[in-house]
Ligand binder design. Structure first.
Ligand code: GMT
Length: 375
């Protein structure tokens, strides 16, 4: 099939999922066209089967807000016509589903019928989409999609609760391509980061409020009081500066490394023992899945879709949002003993393996076939 994928090109989970999905579809022989404002961060190789079309939004001083949706829907119309695209897959409802629907309608005027799949990722529903300023447009574009998918059962239920949805929502969980993660740990440069006797705790996110970065630091503070440990903080975002200050105030600056954004997180996860994800909202928790496939145990909050991924007492532990004492005590339970840690690490890998792309990709292909019938 010739598929157009619309996504955010940044480090965010929805962009990563869309990009990895597109790459895998191209490997399976589909022709994939990414349409967004910048080349997606994980999209390195373009080729016969994999294309990128940049959406340009010309600056005009009259506009206080430049009309991205307009430029995106026009780009979609042109690309669909030029390449004979057969299907649109938009990731993140705002504003992609809205722009996709406009493109669909414009194309219909010219006798071209193109089905649209919308994948809901989380913040487009739980944080941004439910705001009264956006809600009518989000409800409309979900209902007008030919097929709607969500990345967890919890997100599906939240969408049904928060919006007036007439469409069926199919759950297709996020996935991981195991072949991209090495099982050869010989070039893992652990010694550069920590002493042999230190445990390595890691957090990866966009450092937004929803990730509860102060909780990450407070949990680690309690851990390092009991055992030798280092904390790797990966990512960039508005809460980073405060986090650095917090580490300074707590006197643990020398034990915390801020690594910024990384396109090679497996090189950090390969030497990590424990991943912390204390988020106050998380529809899935892709970063935790990436940790788990790298044999990293997880201590997380029990919110949203996380319990569908992190299994209590198996791949890690879960606690109520904000309960840093419980999270720290559970983390120590895992980290204190070598055998316990190895067991949790191995289990994390096993649980993550269930989300192998080979199991999930056919679900998207099924959905595409179904949507195609709506033409
Ligand atoms: O986590 C973020 O803030 C980024 C956000 C995004 O839209 O890129 O991530 C959401 O989508 C990811 C991929 O499906 C999920 O793994 C994340 O759980 C979800 N984030 C939230 O629900 C807060």
């Amino acid at each position: 099939m010739k598929i157009a994928i619309v996504c955010y090109p940044t480090f965010g989970g929805s962009g990563v999922v869309a990009t990895e999905l597109g790459i895998a579809l191209a490997e399976r022989g589909h022709e994939v066209h990414f349409i967004t404002y910048k080349q997606p961060v994980r999209l390195e190789l373009l080729g016969n089967n994999i294309h990128f079309h940049e959406v340009h939004v010309p600056e005009y001083p009259l506009f206080h807000y430049q009309p991205y949706e307009l430029a995106l829907s026009s780009k979609l119309v042109d690309t669909v016509k030029f390449y004979g695209i057969e299907l649109l897959h938009v990731h993140y409802a705002i504003p992609h589903a809205y722009a996709g629907y406009m493109a669909k309608k414009m194309l219909q005027e010219e006798g071209i019928f193109i089905p649209m799949i919308t994948t809901l990722h989380g913040t487009d529903i739980t944080l941004v989409g439910k705001h009264p300023f956006y809600k009518p447009a989000v409800t409309f574009s979900i209902n007008k999609s030919d097929v709607v998918t969500s990345v967890s059962e919890d997100l599906k239920q939240s969408t049904l609760k928060l919006f007036d949805i007439e469409k069926e929502i199919e759950v297709i969980p996020n996935f991981i391509d195991r072949t991209k993660y090495s099982t050869d740990y010989t070039d893992c440069q652990r010694s550069l980061m920590a002493n042999e006797d230190e445990r390595i705790v890691t957090h990866i996110s966009n450092f937004r409020k929803v990730k509860r970065i102060p909780d990450v630091i407070n949990i680690f503070y309690r851990i390092q009081k009991e055992i030798p440990a280092k904390l790797m903080m990966v990512g960039e975002g508005p809460e980073k500066e405060y986090a650095e200050q917090q580490c300074d105030d707590l006197g643990i600056k020398d034990k915390v490394v801020f690594l910024g954004n990384s396109t090679e997180i497996d090189r950090i996860l390969c030497f990590s023992d424990l991943f912390l994800l204390p988020s106050e909202s998380e529809s899935f928790g892709l970063a935790a899945l990436e940790a788990m496939i790298n044999r990293v145990a997880v201590v997380s909050s029990n919110i949203g879709g996380i319990p569908e991924l992190n299994k209590e007492g198996i791949s890690g532990y879960l606690a109520n949002v904000g309960d840093v004492d419980e999270m720290a005590s559970k983390a120590l339970q895992i980290l204190k003993n070598d055998e316990t840690l190895s067991r949790f690490k191995e289990n994390a890998f096993k649980v993550a393996s269930k989300f192998d792309i080979l199991n999930i990709l056919p679900l998207y292909e099924e959905v595409y076939e179904k949507a195609y019938k709506y033409r």
